[in-house]
Design a protein around this ligand. Structure first.
Ligand code: SAH
Ligand code: SF4
Ligand code: F3S
Length: 441
């Protein structure tokens, strides 16, 4: 029996898909890249914005004639959209066989089996971090140099626009020991960089008397052979001095923070229930740059949130310039059914205004990014070497802590540098790539 899995959404979904693939492989299934020979086609879905859902719906609609031709085929929808809709999906998609929620995927093999004899819905909320079942829940199949570990699941924040707390449930941290053990296993299997994942990764440990800072020290100390450690995504409110110090002091932890601001306006932040004012966000930034002067920071923004005025939008533009973000992801507000914003606030910013704001904010961010990248000229960057540059066989390619691509001359011994950190002096920079030369130890 063969399966194919298509993944939408964030890194957490990517990891969940890997875990599903692992569970199915263990149950005797084989993964295929060819839909034509698949006995099961799975979609791991995202609900964060309406267009994410529409894209998946369109794809599954297209499978209707395929299912007619191959009645034995099992079509399954997993993940956040599955969790949000449950059995209602069968009304829109009568040829669907399985709806599997965000906390049910460890049972995927059994679910697929029963879906062969009739429609199955599995969306009950279950705790995922029960002792004894850890293996199935955190570790990623490692592919390439990077490997993910889910260190916590869920979100308690209930930002008014966001569907995540509804589809991913409450925050649950996984035990430190399990994470350290998984990191060791992944590194033994060849992973160089471990990415610790959570919707609010910096809230890690609140429920188990631990903290992300503490976990970073442990992974750094106790996982032999690990080259780099990252963590995403951080809620600004939960970024503590301890965390920033751990990031700055531990050489293997990338000096990179994704701390989404969402807006530069205190009135908008309040309406979004973000839990901080603009001033508090500014103070956090100042603290990060003070304790970790080389840190690069990325943000997310929502434009066109209900009642956002032009002047309020401009505070976001101004924040991008002031904060000197390395990167920002910008999203047009999309009302999500059942959220506080959708129920109580009018989606009153016209689409063309949202679009214009989106372009303007991205343009401001691009300017900042170019300046930021040029400032790196003459600096020394630690890069994790991935291999020979696919564009130029005379160059080696790696990534900086902030995930910028950096290339340098390939020497006869360069193959030994793959999977190691190398110190590179940057000679030249384009918005997408740094060019440099190796600094001998
Ligand atoms: N937990 C992370 C983000 C998860 S969703 C955090 O709090 O930072 C990723 C991003 O999608 C969010 O940061 C936000 O910018 C955006 N987003 C979430 N819900 C949205 C909505 N309803 N409309 C538009 N963008 C949204
Ligand atoms: Fe959504 Fe807010 Fe939780 Fe992030 S912190 S997942 S934006 S509710
Ligand atoms: Fe999307 Fe679910 Fe991730 S809604 S962003 S796939 S947590």
């Amino acid at each position: 029996m063969k399966f194919i899995i298509h993944t939408f959404g964030c890194q957490m979904n990517k990891l969940d898909s890997e875990l599903v693939a692992e569970a199915l492989t263990a149950a005797g299934w084989k993964m295929t890249a060819d839909e034509n020979e698949a006995d099961a086609i799975l979609y791991n879905t995202c609900s964060v914005r309406d267009n994410a859902e529409q894209r998946v719906l369109a794809r599954i609609m297209q499978l209707k004639p395929v299912k007619k031709q191959r009645p034995g085929l099992v079509i399954g929808l997993m993940g956040c959209f599955a969790q949000r809709m449950g059995a209602k999906l069968f009304d829109q998609l009568p040829h669907l066989d399985l709806v599997c929620g965000t906390r049910k995927f460890p049972q995927i093999a059994a679910l697929l089996e029963s879906a062969r004899s009739g429609p199955v819905v599995a969306i009950e909320e279950e705790t995922l971090v029960a002792p004894g079942t850890l293996d199935a829940h955190g570790r990623s199949l490692h592919d390439g140099m990077q490997a993910y570990i889910s260190i916590m699941r869920g979100c308690n924040n209930f930002c008014t626009y966001c569907i995540v707390p509804y589809v991913r449930g409450r925050e649950e941290s996984r035990p430190e020991d399990a994470i350290v053990t998984e990191a060791r296993t992944l590194v033994e299997k060849g992973a160089k960089e471990i990415i610790l994942l959570g919707q609010n990764v910096d809230a890690y440990g609140k429920d188990i008397n631990s903290s992300l800072a503490k976990l970073l020290y442990r992974v750094h100390e106790e996982v032999e052979g690990i080259v780099r450690i990252r963590f995403v995504t951080s809620h600004p409110r939960d970024i503590t001095e301890d965390l920033v110090r751990a990031m700055n002091d531990l050489p293997k932890v990338a000096n990179y923070l994704h701390m989404p601001a969402q807006s530069g306006s205190t009135r908008m932040l309040k309406a979004m229930n973000r839990g901080y004012t603009r001033e508090e966000y500014d103070r956090k930034l100042e603290m990060v740059y003070r304790l970790a002067p080389t840190a690069l920071i990325a943000s997310d923004f929502i434009v066109g949130f209900p009642t956002e005025t032009d002047a309020e939008f401009q505070t976001s533009v101004e924040l991008v310039r002031q904060a000197r973000f390395q990167n920002s992801f910008v999203f047009k507000y999309s009302p999500r059914p059942g959220t506080v914003a959708e129920r109580t606030m009018p989606d009153d910013v016209p689409e063309e205004v949202k679009l214009a704001r989106n372009h303007e904010l991205l343009a401001a961010q691009e300017e900042v990014k170019i300046k930021r990248t040029e400032e790196l000229i003459d600096s020394v960057q630690e890069i994790l070497v991935e291999g020979v540059s696919p564009r130029n066989a005379e160059k080696m390619l790696g990534r900086t802590a902030s995930n910028l691509i950096c290339v340098y001359d390939r020497t006869v011994h360069a193959d030994n540098e793959i999977g190691t950190l190398q110190r590179i002096r940057v000679d030249r920079a384009t918005p997408l790539t740094l060019f440099g030369s190796k600094v001998e130890a």
